[in-house]
Design a protein around this ligand. Structure first.
Ligand SMILES: Nc1nc2c(c(=O)[nH]1)N[C@H]1C(S)=C(S)[C@@H](COP(=O)(O)O)O[C@H]1N2
Ligand SMILES: [Mo]
Length: 186
């Protein structure tokens, strides 16, 4: 059974390995806003309190980094992507989501993967508040794609009808990044 759970070319490791493209500028919950914009009927900015009033969900999922390591069975809790879609109402023709992070990181992913039931905006990992280095206060978690799509320090979601690339995608990483199809680079 184990090998069916491990995508091609991956190896299990016990714990997350921290990757950051840049140091994190200070961020406090008082000033925190999640901005939802682009091709949506209801663009909005959510404060931390408003975010916590949205529906919540827990998921248990394996985490696959494009560099070849996978961590089994992480438990995330947060706001499901479905709640964001319900609120923002993407317009017909939306095909990509660009996630923006506080320190300048960004990543694009197909709208179809963003919309999957296991995609969440997580504020908790393994039963504890999200540790700073793993994306505090809010992180996009997309278990169906390589980990570079799971943007830490999430501050905005932009809905697009055309492809616009994020940080690693501009540098040659795959626009979709499905580990089961081993879409590492384009
Ligand atoms: N904001 C931000 N999110 C990010 C990254 C980053 O550099 N900045 N790195 C990505 C990559 S390449 C990986 S493998 C995972 C690592 O998650 P971790 O640092 O929580 O282990 O975060 C992803 N999300
Ligand atoms: Mo990664």
């Amino acid at each position: 059974m184990e090998e069916k759970r491990l995508p091609p070319g991956q190896k299990w490791v016990e714990d997350l390995i921290v990757y950051d493209i840049a140091p994190l500028p200070p961020l406090d919950l008082q000033n925190f806003r999640l901005r939802i914009f682009g091709e949506v009927r209801n663009p909005c900015e959510l404060s931390w309190e408003e975010l916590l009033r949205l529906p919540r969900q827990r998921i248990r999922a394996d985490f696959h980094c494009v560099e070849g390591w996978s961590v089994p069975d992480l438990l995330w809790e947060g706001v499901p992507a479905s709640a964001i879609l319900h609120l923002a109402q993407p317009k017909p023709g939306v095909s990509w989501v660009l996630a923006h992070s506080h320190e300048g990181y960004s990543t694009n992913l197909p709208f179809s993967y963003f919309s999957r039931p296991d995609t969440i905006l997580a504020f908790s990992l393994n039963g504890k508040p999200l540790p700073q280095e793993h994306g505090w206060p809010l992180r996009l978690v997309v278990p169906s794609l390589y980990a570079y799509k799971s943007a830490k320090y999430l501050v905005a979601l932009e809905f697009l009808t055309e492809l616009r690339r994020g940080y690693w995608e501009e540098r040659g990483y795959h626009d979709v990044g499905d580990p089961w199809r081993e879409e590492r680079r384009r």
